[in-house]
Write a new protein. Structure first.
Length: 508
C-alpha cells in the first residue's frame, strides 16, 4: 500500500492537485532519502520531506538536508537550534507563498505519523534521533526502491546552487521518477488498484527466494539458540537447522512467520542477558538526558524502553515484563497499552510496577494518577492469588517523570495514606528522573546492587508519606529519604528535585 501511495489520487481531490503539479510517491521518495543519507531525523522529515511535489525532487531535497546538517551544529544552545529550525520553515513558507501555495506549521505531527508508518513495514528502525533502514534490510530496500535504470538527475538553478555549496552532487539514483497510476480520478479503477493486497509482488516473495529466506532464518535461529544457551549456562550447545530438505510451499509462509517470531524472542532474550552490567546501566542512565531533550525518535516510547534497560542492567530481578512493543532491531515501536503498566519487575519478595511519563504539567494528574493507582491495585490482587502461594508480598508502584506535579502527588498521597480506593493501601511512589538517576548511579560504579537495598528505599518513601500531612510535604520527605538512603550507601549525589509547584497570584 505504501509503495502505491501517490499524489494525485482519487481520495484527495486529484483534479485539484493535477499531475502537472504533483507527481510523487511519498513513501518511495522519503525512503530513498533515508537510505541515501544514512537516516532522517524527525526534524529533517518535518522541515524538508513535506514540500516535495515530485518523486525526483528527492535529489534537491537530499542536498538541502545535507546543507542543513552542516549549518545546524553552528547554532549554539537550544535557543539557537530552535531559531535555525524556525528560519528554515519560514524560508520554505515564503518560497511557496510566492507561488500561491501554503506550507503548514504542523509538519511535526505529520512527521510522527510518517515515521510510525514506515516502521510498521519492518524495513525501518531507529538509531537515537534517526529513522534508519532496519539491520540487514538495506539490500531489500535498495531492490524495492530502484527497479529500473537510473537516469541522470534533472538540474535547475536551485539544485545547482545547493550542489556547489556542498561541493558535491547528490546521489544520481535519488532522481529516478516513478510512473503514476494514471486513472486516479476513476473511483472504481483507483480503488481496485490501490486495494489489491497481492500487488505489487515484493521481490522476496518469489517462491525460490522465499524458500531461501526460510533456510537463512532457520540457520540464524540455530545460531541464536546456541548463543543464548552459552550466555545462560556458559556451555556451548550445538543446535542445527530444523527445516526439512523439501519445504512444502503451502506451509512456507507459516514457517517463515514462526521463525521470525522465534528469532525475535531469542534476540530479545540475548539483549536482556547482555545488558546486565554496570557499564550498560551507566549508558542507560545517561540516555535519559537525550530523551528529555527530545533528541530521539518518539521520546515517550523511548522513555519506557530505556527504563526497561535500566532495570535489566541492575541484574537482580527474577522476571522483568515490559509491555511496550519492540521492532525487529529491539528498538521501541509502541508504548505499553493503556490497560497495562509500562512494566513489572519481580524481585521474588516484592514486586515493582513501573510507570514512566514525560508529562510534567497540569495534565499529568489527569493522564497518569488514576491509571497508575489502578495498575498497582491490580498487581496487588494478582500477588495474593492462591496459585502463587497466597503470600501477601509487598507491591510498590514507581512513578517516574521529569517533574512531579503537586496534584499528582496529592492523589498518590491520599491513595496511600487514607486508603480511599477500595480501602486498599496503594503505594504509588513518585520519583523524578533526576532522583532515579541519582539513586541508581552508585550501582553503575563500585556499589553492588541488591534487591534489599531497593526495597529499603521504597519502604522509606512509604514511611515518608505516612509521616506527612500533605502531598507537598510528602515530596519534600521523598527527597530527604533519598538523600538519607544514598548516605547509607556511602554516596553523596547532588540532584535537583524539579517539582512543578503552583505560583501564587498577587493580592493586588
Amino acid at each position: 500500500q505504501l509503495l502505491k501511495w501517490q499524489y494525485p489520487d482519487f481520495q484527495h481531490r486529484g483534479s485539484r492537485w493535477p499531475a502537472l503539479e504533483f507527481a510523487i510517491h511519498p513513501f518511495v521518495a522519503t525512503a530513498r532519502l533515508v537510505l541515501e543519507l544514512g537516516g532522517l531525523t524527525r526534524e529533517e522529515t518535518a522541515l524538508f520531506c513535506f514540500t516535495m511535489r515530485r518523486t525526483e525532487d528527492a535529489a534537491a531535497t537530499a542536498a538541502q538536508i545535507q546543507l542543513h546538517r552542516q549549518r545546524r551544529p553552528r547554532a549554539t544552545g537550544r535557543v539557537g537550534r530552535a531559531r535555525t529550525v524556525r528560519e528554515t520553515l519560514s524560508a520554505a513558507q515564503s518560497r511557496y507563498a510566492a507561488a500561491g501555495l501554503k506550507v503548514v506549521a504542523s509538519t511535526n505531527d505529520y512527521a510522527d505519523a510518517l515515521i510510525r508508518a514506515f516502521r510498521y513495514t519492518g524495513l525501518f528502525s531507529v538509531r537515537g534521533a534517526r529513522l534508519v533502514p532496519a539491520h540487514g534490510r538495506e539490500a531489500d530496500l535498495t531492490e524495492l526502491l530502484y527497479t529500473r535504470p537510473h537516469p541522470a538527475p534533472s538540474t535547475d538553478a536551485a539544485s545547482d546552487a545547493l550542489q556547489l555549496a556542498l561541493g558535491e552532487a547528490p546521489p544520481i539514483r535519488l532522481a529516478e521518477p516513478v510512473p503514476l497510476f494514471a486513472a486516479y480520478e476513476d473511483h472504481t479503477a483507483f480503488h481496485a488498484y490501490y486495494g489489491a493486497a497481492d500487488a505489487p509482488t515484493l521481490p522476496w516473495e518469489e517462491p525460490e527466494r522465499f524458500a531461501a529466506l526460510a533456510r537463512s532464518l532457520d540457520a540464524h535461529v540455530a545460531d541464536l539458540r546456541a548463543r543464548e544457551a552459552h550466555l545462560r549456562s556458559g556451555r556451548t550447545i550445538l543446535s542445527g537447522p530444523t527445516l526439512p530438505p523439501d519445504i512444502d510451499p503451502a506451509q512456507l509462509e507459516e514457517r517463515v512467520e514462526a521463525l521470525r517470531g522465534e528469532r525475535h524472542r531469542l534476540e530479545r532474550a540475548i539483549f536482556a542477558l547482555e545488558t546486565r552490567s554496570p557499564a550498560r546501566l551507566r549508558e542507560a542512565l545517561d540516555y535519559y538526558t537525550a530523551i528529555q531533550r527530545k533528541e530521539v525518535i518518539d521520546p515517550p516510547t523511548s522513555l519506557e524502553w530505556n527504563t526497561w534497560r535500566v532495570f535489566l542492567a541492575l541484574n537482580a530481578a527474577r522476571e522483568i515484563v515490559p509491555n511496550l512493543q519492540l521492532d525487529d532491531d529491539l528498538q521501541p515501536l509502541n508504548p505499553a497499552p493503556g490497560n497495562a503498566p509500562d512494566m513489572t519487575v519481580d524481585y521474588g519478595d516484592f514486586l515493582v510496577v513501573v510507570e514512566a511519563t514525560l508529562r510534567g504539567g497540569a495534565d499529568q494528574r489527569q493522564a497518569e494518577a488514576r491509571p497508575v493507582t489502578r495498575h498497582v491495585l491490580e498487581a496487588q490482587r494478582r500477588y495474593r492469588d492462591p496459585l502463587l502461594g497466597g503470600v501477601d508480598r509487598p507491591v510498590y508502584g514507581l512513578f517516574l517523570a521529569p517533574r512531579i506535579h503537586p496534584d499528582t502527588a496529592n492523589d498518590f498521597f491520599v491513595a496511600l495514606k487514607y486508603r480511599v480506593i477500595e480501602r486498599e493501601q496503594i503505594a504509588a511512589l513518585p520519583l523524578t528522573l533526576a532522583q532515579l538517576t541519582a539513586a541508581l548511579r552508585p550501582f553503575a560504579g563500585s556499589v553492588e546492587f541488591a534487591p534489599e537495598r531497593l526495597e529499603r528505599l521504597l519502604t522509606s518513601l512509604v514511611t515518608a508519606a505516612l509521616d506527612a500531612e500533605t502531598g507537598d510535604e510528602w515530596l519534600e520527605g521523598v527527597d530527604a529519604a533519598l538523600r538519607t538512603w544514598l548516605a547509607g550507601l556511602g554516596a553523596t549525589v547532588a540532584h535537583a528535585n524539579p517539582v512543578a509547584r503552583p505560583v501564587p497570584l498577587p493580592l493586588f
